[in-house]
Design a protein around this ligand. Structure first.
Ligand code: SAM
Ligand code: SF4
Length: 463
């Protein structure tokens, strides 16, 4: 089979991004209303429209933007919020990304690569919190974190734990390596471009494989050609002007969507740069206010309504709770960014500082109080609803049909196995409301039947 080589020059046009940002700088109420009307239809936006929205500073217009983002999120994803947690298998790294605590020249970091046995222990500690979905993460070191390290970790976790979906965030690989990764049974392959601005990218990544911008931006194309049709991307916000990186992320998405004939990325992550012990920066190069961060999430929600948005515990509790309304569909909880962080409570091996330390039970309580339903669903990739199939549903807004019953069933299971009395009380109310919202009578009856089966001891039920 012949594989296609992509060049970053055909993906990111920096001049066009700069021109669009400049052209849409002044606020125009009539234009704003037009774009907002279009955004409400939840079919996405053009780059110039996105540029206009990302430039907004008018407080009233921002409120309207947030309101429409809320509506669109509900119409596509419903009220469920999917939980995941990262598992760091190694902090050894031959790169020197200036912002990262794992960078090669950071001499104060306690270096560690977990053995398969350690990884199973970590996964079991995660499982005992109630989680079903793990994001495997590691530094890039050809001797320590090669494809074999990652695939053995994935296989060992599936074999030994009740973890039902493992996604991976790791360095770019060859197409053959991606095939091996796919074979191991992963869900999504995730990779962040950090910044799309070439000059800044060069400054931030002075050494190692990661200095190669082209290799990084084309990794998702290789993953796709290796058979992984659910990929995740994202900019590391704070390295460069966020307006540039938001537009560039959308250019990347558009190009990838064309390349794959309609399969956009499965998820966009919105990591915001945090202080890391031993980093090589003097501070955050382009600080982003909370309000601008909210705007970024809302704009992504409207620009690509069918793509999941992932929020980590880098953000503080109050802001995380607000962002749930604006479009975030997946969040982590009870996280550690250190290899061995769950079982051994390792404290000197962290990648960066976290801001939300609430555990999974606390987060589930918050989600219920906000009227959402916690979901531990892993059904889509197990039912082969990935790539084109997933997008067919998602782009028509029909994925919601499956999400609601699956959220109910998986939350019910976690409530039965891990819920406290307080959570069970809140959870049962939320489940009752969520059942009432299922319009399809047959689906509703089948969900009620399966809830009973869960109560009788059956597990892992989904549509
Ligand atoms: N080493 C691989 C790589 O760089 O792609 C994979 C995992 S890396 C540990 C995961 C992500 O952490 C990076 O892509 C980067 O966006 C993020 N990160 C690194 N340093 C950070 C910091 N100080 N604050 C917030 N996020 C950071
Ligand atoms: Fe290594 Fe990834 Fe950290 Fe860069 S971001 S130093 S590649 S772990």
């Amino acid at each position: 089979m012949k594989y296609l080589q992509i060049n970053d020059a055909e993906i990111i046009n920096e001049r066009l991004i700069e021109e669009l940002i400049e052209k849409t700088k002044s606020f125009d109420r009539i234009r704003f209303n037009e774009i907002i009307e279009k955004a409400k239809k939840a079919k996405g936006l053009e780059l110039e429209e996105v540029a206009f929205l990302i430039n907004i500073e008018d407080p009233e217009a921002l409120e309207e933007l947030f309101e429409v983002a809320r509506e669109v999120k509900l119409s596509i994803y419903g009220k469920r919020v999917v939980f995941f947690v990262p598992l760091y298998t190694s902090n050894e790294c031959t790169n020197n990304c200036l912002y990262c605590g794992y960078r090669h020249d950071n001499k104060i970091l306690h270096r560690k690569t977990l053995t398969t046995e350690d990884i199973i222990k970590e996964a079991k500690a995660i499982e005992s919190q109630g989680h079903k979905r793990i994001l495997l993460v590691c530094g890039e070191d050809p001797n320590k974190t090669s494809i074999g390290h990652i695939t053995s970790a994935v296989e060992a976790i599936y074999k030994n734990c009740d973890i039902r979906r493992i996604n991976v965030n790791a360095a770019p690989m060859s197409i053959d390596e991606f095939k091996m990764l796919k074979e191991s049974g992963i869900g999504t392959y995730q990779i962040f471009q950090e910044t799309y601005h070439r000059e800044t990218y060069k400054k931030m990544h002075p050494q190692g494989q990661k200095a190669n911008y082209n290799k990084r931006i084309t990794a998702i194309y290789n993953a796709y050609q290796g058979g992984i049709d659910d990929v995740g991307i994202g900019p590391l916000l704070g390295l460069y002007d966020y307006r540039f990186d938001v537009l560039a992320t959308l250019m990347h998405i558009r190009h990838f969507d064309n390349f794959t004939g309609g399969v956009g990325p499965h998820t966009i992550s919105v990591p915001r740069l945090k202080y890391a012990e031993g980093w090589a920066l003097d501070g955050i190069p382009y600080p982003i206010s909370d309000l601008d961060f909210m705007k970024i999430v809302a704009v992504f929600r409207l620009a690509v309504p069918y793509t999941g948005i992932i929020l980590s515990t880098r953000e503080a509790p109050d802001l995380r709770d607000k962002l749930l309304d604006l479009g975030v569909s997946q969040i982590s909880a009870g996280s550690s960014t250190s290899p061995g962080g769950y079982k051994e409570k390792e404290e000197h091996a962290n990648q960066f500082e976290l801001a939300d330390h609430r555990n999974l039970i606390q987060m589930m309580n918050v989600i219920c109080e906000k009227g959402y339903i916690p979901s531990f669903c892993t059904a889509c990739y197990r039912r082969e609803r990935t790539g084109h199939k997933f997008m067919e549903f998602a782009k028509e807004g029909e994925i919601h049909e499956f999400c609601q019953p699956n959220a109910i069933l998986t939350f019910k299971e976690v409530l039965l196995d891990y819920g406290t009395d307080e959570l069970k009380k809140k959870g049962e109310e939320i489940i009752k409301k969520a059942l009432d919202e299922i319009d399809n009578i047959k689906l509703k009856e089948e969900t009620i039947k399966r809830i009973k089966e869960l109560e009788q001891g059956k597990r892992d039920l989904y549509f």
